[in-house]
Design a protein around this ligand. Structure first.
Ligand code: GDP
Ligand code: MG
Length: 212
């Protein structure tokens, strides 16, 4: 697959997708975005106030996918602000710190909060991200697997914003999910029996698929 990335301004053929990061303060949400967008890492990353955005364009084959990355401050006082964005996002990343068990224990809270306020119509892919894989892992892998299995249509990925481990690959996977989504949407539109094909794919869909 051909994937090129750049920080272009929105071109007329770009298709915009909104990607939001959720999780406890300090897990590395801002650092993951900063590493991906600017290839930069700050050991004293300031905590995010409210919501901030950054953009990056990824070219997948003939398509320009424009990622709007929505970074949320995890503190209680910003929670209702973050919630107001949930309905409109295409991809959600639930981030925890592999070195901090209590941040993992909160992931189900973030998933439930998101599901409660997202109508599941727009969402194309959901990921649980275990960040800081450069540090000692203090979360049992079986618990991570259980959490991933318990929640529908969600994938697990581990990263390090510090060492850059798996960060670019994560966004390539997201790009691939979105590209597949666009292909499916167009195929459905072009097929005469599009309702029939929808029913079939629903019945045969695997639980771990990235589309909901
Ligand atoms: P946020 O509150 O979730 O946005 O977390 P930040 O991105 O502000 O990161 C919190 C702290 O963790 C900062 O001191 C970062 O430098 C550090 N950090 C973020 N990602 C990593 C990582 O992958 N490995 C390590 N060792 N530290 C990280
Ligand atoms: Mg932050």
């Amino acid at each position: 697959m051909d994937i090129n990335e750049n920080e272009n301004k929105k071109g007329k053929d770009d298709i915009e997708f909104k990607i939001i990061t959720l999780g406890n303060p300090g897990v590395g949400k801002t650092s993951i975005i900063q590493r991906y967008v600017s290839d930069d890492f700050n050991i004293n990353q300031l905590s995010t106030l409210g919501i901030s955005y950054s953009f990056k364009v990824m070219q997948v084959k003939e398509r320009n996918l424009r990622f709007k990355l929505i970074d949320t401050g995890g503190q209680e006082k910003y929670r209702s602000l973050a919630v107001s964005y949930f309905r409109h996002v295409d991809v959600v990343l639930f981030v925890f710190d592999l070195n901090n068990k209590s941040s993992f224990d909160s992931v189900q809270y973030w998933i439930d909060l998101f599901n409660e306020h997202n109508n599941n119509k727009n969402i194309k892919a959901k990921y649980i991200i275990g960040n800081k894989n450069d540090l000692e892992q203090k979360v049992d892998q079986n618990l991570i697997d259980e959490l991933t299995t318990r929640n529908d249509n969600i994938k697990y990925w581990s990263t390090s914003a510090k060492t850059k481990s798996q960060i670019d690959y994560l966004f390539s996977l997201i790009g691939f999910d979105l590209y597949e989504y666009l292909q499916k949407k167009e195929n459905n539109k072009n097929e005469p029996n599009s309702n029939k094909s929808k029913t079939l794919s629903k019945n045969h869909g695997s639980k771990k698929k990235g589309f909901c």
